[in-house]
Design a protein around this ligand. Structure first.
Ligand SMILES: Nc1ncnc2c1ncn2[C@@H]1O[C@H](COP(=O)(O)OP(=O)(O)O)[C@@H](O)[C@H]1O
Ligand SMILES: [Mg+2]
Length: 260
């Protein structure tokens, strides 16, 4: 049965998509079967898994619109052990359709019920907002990974995110299900900049043992990989950010095992 993890933070540019694709790739290399779900209209996670925008017509948003099933949209990526539910750009009116659905918060949750049997991990790349799509991701998840960029105003908006998580936790209780804060991930640490370490300390003081030991360094190779439409762990397996994401994958596996 898969562990479903959302990568969420309503702030853009904190490393959600980078974390989703590299964690997917690193967990797959550890022989786990992965389903990666792209819930961002920008479809960056989809293209970074080497899936060409012209090669598919339906996306996960068509499922929200009730215009497609799981099997209609599932893509087997070129990467061993990674399947993708792709996003698509230029989709309009999805939120309006979700609002009108009486089951609005549980659409993704219900979609994954059967799929959970076929994977070890399901990773959900969330959009930079706290709307219905992110709520759907959180409701469908067992845990949330919160990437926090080691820069000025890192804590900004986290209260809002934690409030959303709390609301979702209460909704899930009705189904006797849980949503944990699986981990807080410090990203893009520039070791030459002192203020970065201040943020690290601030976040550790606040989130304590929830913070992953692995910190992702700022590394130009990581952003270059995006340009070539690849996880950095494939593009340059030995660079600093790749090594960190591989360590993170091991930490994720250990945490999951400890949780039982
Ligand atoms: N560790 C890193 N080092 C350098 N650049 C990074 C790193 N992680 C992410 N980036 C770059 O930062 C930008 C934002 O990252 P992204 O993962 O797309 O954030 P989000 O999904 O939260 O909007 C992207 O251009 C990405 O390539
Ligand atoms: Mg993103």
């Amino acid at each position: 049965m898969a562990l479903v993890l959302s990568i969420a933070n309503q702030k853009g540019g904190v490393g959600k998509t980078t974390t989703a694709i590299n964690l997917a790739s690193s967990l797959a290399n550890l022989r786990n079967k992965i389903l990666l779900i792209d819930l961002d209209y920008q479809a960056n996670a989809t293209s970074c898994m080497g899936i060409n925008r012209g090669s598919y017509t339906k996306s996960v948003f068509d499922v929200f619109k009730k215009a497609a099933n799981f099997e209609d949209i599932l893509i087997k990526s070129n990467h061993r052990n990674i399947d993708v539910l792709p996003a698509k750009t230029m989709v309009e009116g999805v939120e309006e359709i979700i609002i009108a659905d009486s089951n609005r918060d549980f659409i993704l949750h219900d979609l994954l019920k059967k799929a959970k049997e076929s994977y070890d991990y399901i990773l959900v790349d969330c959009p930079p907002s706290l709307g219905y799509i992110t709520t759907n991701a959180l409701i469908a998840s067992d845990g949330v990974i919160i990437p926090v960029q080691c820069e000025f105003l890192a804590m900004d908006g986290l209260t809002q995110l934690l409030n959303t998580i709390r609301t979702v936790q209460n909704k899930k209780k009705v189904n006797k299900e849980e949503l944990t804060i699986f981990g807080v991930l410090l990203t893009m640490l520039d070791k030459r900049v002192n203020s970065g370490f201040q943020i690290v300390n601030e976040i550790k003081t606040y989130f304590k043992e929830k913070v992953f030991k692995t910190i992702i360094p700022r590394n130009i190779t990581c952003s270059n990989a995006t340009f070539y439409g690849m996880p950095v762990t494939q593009y340059s397996p030995k660079c600093k950010s790749s090594i960190s994401y591989k360590k993170l994958a091991k930490e994720v596996v250990n945490r999951y095992e400890q949780q039982g």
